[in-house]
Design a protein around this ligand. Structure first.
Ligand code: ATP
Ligand code: MG
Length: 399
């Protein structure tokens, strides 16, 4: 008898010739997240993956529930093709499901692909169902809308399971190219990063750090957010760009009301340069229309005007409450609300321009040594490889 997790993947099945490629990336990611629990064996059959669980089953389930590409999971047992053994296991699974999720009605669902087994699906349903009724109290059979489904699959061996947990869906990270994520310590950008990873994109987070205006604790918060995101998508190369000189230059040079927009344009230029160096095809931000002064259509136009790469804004149509709900679901919310300043909140103009005209913004930049500012900041960029377990290694020399 073996403990297994049955992994179902949805969209992956639809990818024609690319199917194997997608499935292999998913398999690798599954192995990677389970490695800390011990050596794990995965087998792919009939459009599903069976994972032999090393160590703690609940912990393995928890980790797999963060793997993009997985639609649902069922902890199950593999058994010999012996009806008595199957009946006993069905009883164990029924009680397990009731203990975990409650319920008072059940249904046995037999599927027999191995026709050499002596009983057909109907017979299995009846015999196992009768065994469950005889050996439990308070359960009724409901074939239409049961609280618990006890599934018995007859293949080369038998599989019995009763619980089905949701996965995050989406596509395995690594199947959708790379994008640079502008990651602040706020609520929005980690959610934007999560949504981008969910579609299979590898993200390279970039954080603009302005010491001494933003301290080590602000950077610590961004690191903590990266660790949470790494639990979903694997190791992340966090780029910390030193932004102080740029902020000082903008403050001296530009009109105050354009401060935010000028700063965002510098961020975009730097992010695009990093994207070029790491081979990323897009930039991602946590903006949504109308949320703050710089997030008007005019503001977005003025920031996008300095880059050629597509700028993805996965939160564009969401309300703040919807973003917060997602942040809670993916577990970034409590870290995001820790009270450390980010560079935007420190330099916000008293009366920011909400409808900056592009010409006006470009005029405000005239005379700024843009190239030197960008190169100077990039030279001081630090790359920190972050895993869900913590900080891995540091590279002070920049990209
Ligand atoms: P967030 O909660 O993501 O910080 P916000 O509503 O506070 O968003 P802004 O601070 O105006 O919005 O920033 C808009 C976007 O610009 C952020 O979502 C993020 O993508 C990027 N950004 C802002 N500040 C930084 C920073 N210090 N480092 C990296 N990216 C940043
Ligand atoms: Mg912010």
């Amino acid at each position: 008898m073996k403990d297994l997790i049955l992994v179902r993947f949805g969209e992956l099945g639809l990818k024609g010739k690319n199917r194997l490629y997608f499935q292999n990336i998913l398999l690798n990611r599954i192995r990677e997240v389970l490695t800390p629990l011990g050596v794990c064996r995965c087998r792919r059959t009939h459009g599903r993956i069976f994972v032999e669980v090393p160590g703690n089953l609940e912990e393995a389930l928890d980790r797999l529930q963060r793997v993009f590409g997985i639609v649902s999971l069922s902890p199950s047992r593999r058994l010999p093709l012996d009806l008595e053994v199957i009946k006993e296991e069905a009883l164990v699974q029924l009680c397990l499901a009731r203990d975990q999720d409650g319920g008072s009605s059940f249904k046995v669902e037999a599927r027999r692909s191995n026709k050499s087994f002596a009983y057909n699906s109907m017979e299995i349903n009846q015999l196992v169902g009768a065994h469950l009724l005889q050996n439990t109290r308070g359960f009724t059979v409901d074939v239409k809308n049961p609280d618990i489904r006890v599934v018995v699959e007859i293949r080369r061996e038998a599989y019995v399971y009763s619980r089905q947990l949701p996965g995050p869906g989406g596509l395995p990270v690594g199947t959708g190219g790379r994008a640079v994520l502008l990651l602040s310590g706020g609520i929005d950008s980690p959610v934007a990063g999560w949504m981008t990873m969910k579609r299979g994109v590898n993200i390279i987070p970039v954080y603009f750090h302005s010491p001494p205006f933003t301290g080590d604790r602000a950077q610590g918060k961004v690191l903590a957010l990266c660790r949470i995101l790494a639990g979903y998508g694997g190791k992340l190369p966090l780029h910390v760009v030193h932004f102080t000189e740029i902020q000082k230059a903008l403050r001296l040079h530009g009109p105050e009301e354009l401060g935010t927009i000028l700063m965002r344009r510098m961020m975009m230029r730097l992010a695009q340069e990093i994207a070029r160096r790491v081979g990323a095809q897009a930039l991602v931000t946590g903006e949504s229309i109308g949320q703050v002064a710089s997030q008007t259509l005019e503001g977005l136009r003025a920031t996008d005007a300095v880059v050629d790469l597509p700028v993805l804004r996965p939160l564009i149509g969401l309300d703040k409450v919807e973003i917060i709900e997602l942040a809670r679901k993916i577990d970034t919310y409590n870290t995001s609300i820790l009270p450390y300043d980010d560079c935007c909140t420190l330099f916000v103009p008293k009366r920011p321009a909400t409808r900056p005209r592009l010409q006006q913004v470009e005029a405000a930049e005239e005379g700024l040594p843009l190239r030197e500012l960008v190169e100077g900041a990039l030279e001081q960029t630090e790359i920190i490889k972050v895993t869900e377990m913590g900080k891995e290694e540091n590279n002070k020399t920049g990209p």
